[in-house]
Each structure stands twice: as structure tokens, then as C-alpha cells.
Design a protein around this ligand. Sequence first.
Ligand code: KG4
Ligand code: ZN
Length: 340
Amino acid sequence: MSEQNIYILGIESSCDDTAAAVIHNGKILSNVIANQKIHEAYGGVVPELASRAHQQNIVPVVSQALTKANITKNQLHAIAFTRGPGLMGSLLVGTSFAKSLAYGLNIPLVDVNHMQAHILAHFIDEEGFNKPPFPFIGMTISGGHTQIVKVSSFFDMEVIGETIDDAVGEAFDKSGKILGLGYPAGPIIDKLAKLGNPKKFQFTKPKVDGLNFSFSGLKTAILYFIQTETKANPNFIEENLNDICASIQYTIIEILIDKLKLATKKTGIKHIAIGGGVSANSGIRQALKDGEHKFGWTTYVPKFEFTTDNAAMIAIVGYLKFLDNTFANQSVTASARLKI
Ligand code: KG4
Ligand code: ZN
């Protein structure tokens, strides 16, 4: 078997997206995601419903990934799957499916840490996207995670900062809920913020030592602010929505950029690679780019479809671990709190 001709199936089911992707060497041939719309009605992910939807979606999603890649399951060299962290009921579906498929096909199984995968998504071969050189700082920002990681090599990663309460995406989503916006609110706030004045309202930034984050205080500050203002003027939100969104987004960006500045200072590393759904935010992208001139760092943002939860990032880790001969055996179990 030539190293130049390896097909790996990646399976991701850690939260509310059922995803499967096929990678051929380092290049993605298919990247299929079934989003679970059902959670929108609840304003957040309902674990029990997520698990049930994964069971319904997993077979069609995997089969579509193989069809789109134009291969059959018999051409696969390994099955990679998300072992954790995530929701146990969701992880169990992908884990059990991957184990059964690998067993049935008699091919190796590769367990993947979802947080490592968000970072290693940068190593997918994709035209127009540069891969960060080691060592670099990885920052994963999404609805479930906020982490700063020192990445010394593919499998040598150290978490140097993380949130002690809410994730940054939750800060967007919960603020949006207070303002009566839809779910997820991040993209809506991003859009409205473009039309508003980011300095109109000030919110106190949390004081958290070192490289850790806290976002729950900001959410409470926004809630009290809105309650006070709407008491005085019931139309306060609609009259100021763009400015409120711009000011919230501005505060969140400042929090993230402050920590990145500290991370580059502490580590001496100037390459920054971001991932996770919140990295789609136009204000954050702009602030990172501005930082290239202001602070002398270089930033890397993967293709959008590889930043949100997806299976292509699981497949690339599967490929890298395959080359490294690191496999799981059939006794592997899902781990909701798996650490990097
Ligand atoms: O990575 P992702 O799709 O799923 C996980 O949470 O793992 O991230 C979803 C999060 C949500 O909180 C959503 O509001 C946020 O990413 N998001 C954004 C934007 N697009 C998605 N937040 C701010 N600005 C955006 N443009
Ligand atoms: Zn994720």
C-alpha cells in the first residue's frame, strides 16, 4: 500500500451536527453535514433530541460522503471518529457506528479529539489556504469552546487558556436571546454590528487572570443594561439595535484580542491559527488582520466549511494519525470530557 493512496472516512457526532467526510491523502473529497434544525425552536441544543437525530442521520450521511467521494467502503483504509469531548449521547452514536464499520471492513480505527481536530483542520490541503508553521498558537472559538492552545507539533498541544464559564459563541447567542434575535444569534449580531457604532455603549470587560476567559459576566451586564434601558424607554432595543450589536461585538473582540496579545507575549510565538464557528465573525477577522500590522503576528483562518463542526477535520486527523501509526482498538469508548 502506497502512502500516496490512502482513503480515510471521518465521522463527527459530538454535538448537533452529524457529519462524514472522505479524505484522500490530505485532500478532502467529500464533506457532508446534516444540521439538526430541531434545536432552533429551543434556542439551544437539546442533548436527547441531538442523539436521536444522529441515529437517524448517520447512515445516510456516511453513505452520501462515500458517494460524493466516488468510492466504495471497500476502498477505505481506516475509519476516524470523534471520541470526545462532547455530548455523551451524541458521541455514542458516532463511536458505535465507527467501531462497527471498522470491524465489519476489518480496517483500522482512529480515535480523534474534537478540539485537536479544530486546530489540525488547518492541515487539510486546500488551494489558497496556507498551513501554519510549528510552533503556533491555536485559538478555537465556537458555541461550545473557547481555547488557546500552544501547538508544537501535530500531536504535541498544550492548552494555555480556556473559558472558565460560557464559550464565546454563547456570549453572542445569549446576548442575542436578550435582544430577541433568532438562534444562533452570532451571524445576526455580526450583520447588524456592521451598521452600528461600536463605541456607543460600554460594557465592562471581565478581569480574568492569565490566558483564561470568562463570558458569563458580560451576558449578565448586557441583561441588566437592557432591563434598565427598556424600563426608561420600551422601544430602546429597536431604536438602538445596530449600536447595541456593534458594541457587544466590539467588547467580545477586545476580550479575544487582549488574550491573543498576551499569548504571543508569553510564548514568543507570532503565528495564530483560528477555528470554530465564531471565527466566521467579520469583526474578529478584521481585528486579526489589523493585528498583523499592529502587533506583527501572522494569522491563519481555514476555509469556512472546515471551521464549524465538520467531519473533514476528523478525517485529516485520521490521516495524520494513520501516517503516524496511531490507532484505537475495539475497546475504545466515547469520552465526553476528553482533554487535549
Ligand atoms: O463551530 P460551530 O458551528 O458549532 C459549535 O458550537 O461547536 O459554532 C457555532 C457558534 C454559534 O454560537 C454561533 O452563534 C457562532 O458560532 N457564530 C458566529 C458567527 N457565525 C457563527 N458568531 C459570531 N459571528 C458570526 N458570524
Ligand atoms: Zn467544535
